[in-house]
Design a protein around this ligand. Structure first.
Ligand code: PLP
Length: 389
């Protein structure tokens, strides 16, 4: 098989070798983290070590980390009307979120559909703070408490949201604040205290851990939300069920590795991404770079070749050995323009041709060279066909 170039870290990152080791070691050992014997204590030790590393990745108190099975479950746990903060039981009447969230948040989870309000974004996909202010004031005036959920970085475009400012404004009205940091974690520095949010969602498989683990991180370890499952007292009673020790152990190792070289990786990965973007734009002026002029993750690139359907380009690149994603939402076999690009007002012709390339810990200059070679092989033909159509 020819060498593959994997540029889809935002879908899932390759597992880091140290995380794969931790996974294998924990799988080989028996032990339930709730058992008192030696095997159980060893499993508990792995969970506790992971809790410390995951907390450190986002500057949190380890006691505030609740392990889940994935980012979606962390979002589900967070998005519920029943919250206890500062010893006070609060009831959130509405969920205010943005039109560009991942499906993990867009569904509104345990809020009734009529209690979910989607806030608009600007042409670059950033939350419109004026719309947030208006909604917060409208609900506060009517005596309704809001739970505000704003993603830290977008999975399709990498655009970074003004979460700290949104949290400040929301808290001033008594709202509770959550942020889905699944894509931002391990890609930019995060301090939960600086962001000022109450809860943060994370996912292991986006940072080089194994699938099967995520976390909801509370800024205040005493804060509680209504659990999704009823059962045992694992995870402070917030997530019943025996912990997935191997995936949690690997999550901890991946979080520690991501934190250890975050600063140098931000510039290394940013340079790879920027190098590929500028070479492509220089050789193929038809390519449109979406959101190139706004603060975004260093690893994500969203490009469109107007007239060439995204899935056509994705398949052509795949055959040429390069894995990228379509920016279009694909479910039940139907491909439509992405809700993110639609919310930004990107014209449909461009939105339908948007592809995402995303880099990460395993990416190298060799990947950039091979991707460039693949684009050179496939684009001229696709462009000719698009012009003839
Ligand atoms: N939130 C964002 C922004 C994502 O990109 C994803 C996955 O793509 C999720 C949540 C869901 O994470 P998981 O796949 O761990 O459920």
């Amino acid at each position: 098989m020819t060498e593959r170039t994997y540029l889809d870290h935002n879908a899932t990152a390759p597992i880091r070798p140290a995380a794969a080791d931790a996974l294998a070691k924990a799988l080989a050992d028996t032990g339930n983290g709730s058992s008192v014997h030696g095997e159980g204590r060893a499993a508990r030790g792995r969970i506790d070590a992971a809790r410390k590393s995951v907390a450190a990745l986002v500057g949190a108190d380890p006691r505030g980390v609740v392990f889940t099975s994935c980012g979606t479950e962390a979002d589900t746990l967070a998005l519920v009307p029943e919250v206890t903060r500062g010893g006070e039981a609060l009831s959130c009447d509405v969920l205010l979120t943005t039109a560009v969230e991942h499906a993990g948040v867009l569904r509104g989870h345990r809020f009734a559909p009529e209690a979910v309000e989607f806030l608009p974004v600007d042409a670059r996909g950033r939350l419109r703070l004026d719309a947030l202010d208006e909604a917060l004031a409208r609900h506060a005036e009517a005596g309704r408490r809001a739970l505000v959920s704003v993603m830290l970085a977008n999975n399709e475009t990498g655009v970074i949201q003004p979460v700290a400012e949104a949290a400040r404004r929301a808290h001033a009205t008594g709202a509770v604040v959550h942020s889905d940091a699944v894509q931002a974690a391990g890609r930019i520095p995060i301090e939960i205290g600086v962001l000022g949010v109450d809860m943060l969602s994370l996912s292991a498989h986006k940072i080089g851990g194994a699938p099967g683990a995520g976390a909801l991180v509370f800024a205040d370890p005493d804060m509680r939300v209504k659990p999704v499952f009823a059962g045992g007292a694992q995870e402070r009673g917030l997530r019943a069920g025996s912990e997935n020790v191997p995936s949690i152990a690997a999550f901890g190792v991946a979080a520690a590795a991501a934190k250890a070289d975050l600063e140098s990786e931000v510039s290394r990965i940013g340079a790879l991404r920027d190098g590929l973007e500028s070479a492509l734009r220089c050789e193929f002026p038809e390519l449109v770079l979406l959101v190139g002029d706004v603060e975004r993750l260093p690893n994500t690139s969203c490009l469109a070749l107007p007239g060439v359907p995204a899935e056509t380009l994705v398949i052509a690149l795949d055959l040429a050995g390069v894995a990228v994603s379509a920016g279009a939402a694909c479910s039940s076999g139907k491909v439509g323009p992405s809700h993110v690009l639609s919310a930004m007002g990107v014209p449909e012709k461009i939105a339908r041709s948007a592809v995402r390339m995303s880099f990460g810990w395993s990416s190298t200059q060799e990947d950039v060279n091979r991707a460039l070679g693949a684009f050179r092989r496939v684009l001229p033909g696709l462009l000719r066909r698009a012009r003839a159509a």
